[in-house]
Design a binder for this molecule. Structure first.
Ligand SMILES: Nc1ncnc2c1ncn2[C@@H]1O[C@H](COP(=O)(O)OP(=O)(O)OP(=O)(O)O)[C@@H](O)[C@H]1O
Length: 567
């Protein structure tokens, strides 16, 4: 039986809305009590926000900590239902992606009626929404949320593949392996990287009917679509960079052109815009914590894909120098994160000279013993440990005979703070050109239980990390990755982000992107009211550069308690 909160028939120009199907929801007695007595009545519920009651109930069952929508989620859900184009900008970890997933699940399923031979007609479900994400881990995170909701929606839940599918490059699996599944059973929601969609369309142009889509979402849009800061007096190098982006558009720009038409075809000969009926144009949703002016300029002016009717859902994000004014209370969530910088050298590890004492910043002490409000219970996974051991062993001979290119002083500083301060799971972000496997090897030699993010390829590893850990773990883990694979990812049990050297922040030789990279790396902690620490470890040369980043973002680094007795 298909899970559909509502069914609709789309036939070239018109919709016929059918009655929503009523289905029982498997709520435990405890859930019912919780729903009856603890859901705050005066605040809007997900049902008030427009979520179908059965879907809302499934959300409460799957995620007991999710009791009501945030203000932005409420507005988002109603605007998505109305088919509006939306720019969604809120802080990292404020529930944008989660809200989007709910809003898309809530949309009526697209069903096309095909004319067959004679007078016969055939209903054909189509992909309703295409969600574009920068990397596979974010795709699987969304799928995990949808799976949990689907499982909670019915005693006999429908196959997940009918609700959502993921299309990404994964290990040795060829992307074309996903084509039969998409063709035979088009999901309500397809979550994909732009490159994988293009690759599939190249192999089979009929695998995904872009012209039938109802909604297209660009999550982490500023990462997917490269733009340069607006510059009224561009120099030669700036002009060259613009030309390069235009001549060699990335996969997201190319896909945008395929879905919405090339910029040169924007107006017909009669001067009609593609926004005018009868042209079917999918609703466009852009989401990120960091959407800068140049990206808005691209969508509004250069491509004319958005206009004054676009709904802008926005709370101020971190102060972006010279652009965004920030109200004090809107920084509240940020105060949950403390920022630290350590300088590591042959002489030892010290706090950066500009670091202030925690009291001066009026930081409340970071208490990681607070119960974690993540969605699921913790499970320790013995088989995950076996995967880690096997992966580490496979490279150890090679690495044991070659000197490490990584700065060992920085790694040792991270290993020391990790041992003293991390209760369960921490993240280490290394420079883009550094080897994750090598960093994992070096850290394991220092006694750290490190693992590469690519372990998420394994299902066990993925579910382990996506679950919340309510207790201190006897064997804390350090996840190693580069900044490119971490945008938007939500690890409920994460408490610390380590950044290995200033180089880990450098993005495409672009200062604005470097600032945004810092914001997004920090954003892996301090999510939805949980505390977190960001610890950047630099060598002496990196001090002034990281100081400049923090100063621009109006962040004061705080002395790290773990090193309080330093000389
Ligand atoms: N209404 C809610 N109530 C409680 N928890 C929520 C709610 N909405 C989302 N969350 C939780 O908040 C966490 C962060 O959500 P999400 O990943 O959607 O944030 P985000 O704004 O997309 O972050 P980023 O900008 O880093 O992509 C998730 O663990 C999610 O389960």
């Amino acid at each position: 039986m298909k899970l559909s909160w509502s069914t609709s028939i789309f036939r070239t120009k018109y919709w016929t809305q059918c009655q929503p199907t009523r289905r029982p929801i498997s709520l435990t007695a405890e859930d019912r009590l919780h729903a009856r007595f603890t859901r705050p009545t005066p605040s809007p519920t997900f049902e008030d926000a427009g979520l179908r009651p059965l879907l809302a109930q499934a959300v409460y069952t799957a995620f007991p900590n999710v009791k009501k929508p945030t203000e932005i989620q409420s507005t988002l859900i109603s605007n998505v239902s109305q088919g509006k184009d939306i720019i969604l900008q809120d802080e990292t970890g404020s529930g944008k992606s989660f809200g989007l997933v709910l809003a898309l699940l809530n949309k009526p399923r697209m069903i096309f009626t095909d004319d067959m031979k004679g007078d016969q007609k055939r209903d054909r479900p189509a992909i309703t929404s295409l969600v574009l994400v920068p990397h596979r881990d974010l795709a699987f995170q969304m799928l995990h949320w949808i799976d949990s909701i689907t499982q909670a929606s019915n005693v006999h839940p429908p196959p997940l593949s009918s609700i959502a599918q993921v299309l990404v490059r994964e290990g040795r699996r060829h992307i074309s392996e996903g084509i039969p599944s998409i063709r035979n059973e088009p999901p309500h929601i397809l979550i994909a990287t732009p490159a994988s969609v293009l690759e599939v369309l190249h192999e089979d142009p009929n695998a995904i009917h872009l012209e039938e889509l109802s909604t297209v979402v660009f999550d982490e849009v500023d990462y997917l679509i490269e733009t340069l800061p607006l510059n009224h007096k561009p120099n030669k190098s700036h002009i060259q960079k613009i030309k390069k982006i235009r001549d060699h558009p990335g996969p997201a720009r190319s896909l945008l052109d395929q879905i919405y038409g090339e910029p040169s075809n924007l107006k017909s000969e009669k001067g009609e815009s593609p926004r005018d009926p009868p042209f079917h144009r999918p609703q466009l949703i852009l989401s990120s914590a960091t959407i800068r002016r140049q990206l808005k300029y691209y969508f509004f002016s250069e491509r004319q894909l958005l206009d004054k009717n676009t709904v802008k859902l926005r709370r101020a994000v971190m102060r972006l120098h010279g652009q965004d004014e920030l109200a004090r209370d809107e920084l509240a969530i940020r105060s949950l994160i403390s920022h630290h910088v350590l300088v590591a050298s042959e002489d030892g590890i010290v706090n950066i000279p500009s670091a202030i004492k925690a009291e001066e910043k009026q930081l409340s002490p970071v208490d990681f013993d607070e119960p974690n409000s993540g969605p699921l219970d913790a499970t320790t996974s013995p088989s995950l440990d076996r995967i880690i051991d096997a992966t580490a062993a496979s490279r150890s001979i090679e690495f044991s005979i070659t000197p490490s290119p990584l700065n060992q002083n920085l790694l040792e500083a991270i290993a020391a703070v990790f041992a003293l301060d991390v209760p369960s799971v921490a993240l280490l972000v290394i420079p883009p050109n550094a080897s994750v496997h090598r960093a994992v090897y070096d850290l394991r030699e220092m006694g750290v239980d490190a693992l590469g993010m690519d372990l998420l390829i394994q299902d066990r590893g993925r579910s382990y990390l996506l679950q919340a850990d309510k207790t201190h773990n006897a064997n804390p883990k350090l996840l190693v990755c580069t900044s490119s694979s971490i945008r938007g990812v939500d690890f409920p049990s994460l408490t610390h982000v380590f950044i290995l050297g200033y180089e880990a922040l450098i993005a495409k030789d672009n200062w604005t992107l470097t600032l945004d990279t810092y914001i997004h790396l920090c954003g892996r902690v301090g999510r939805f009211g949980k505390p977190g620490k960001v610890i950047t470890v630099v060598d002496k040369e990196g001090v002034s550069r990281i100081d400049k980043v923090l100063h621009t973002l109006d962040i004061s680094p705080v002395r790290l308690h773990a090193l309080e007795n330093e000389a």
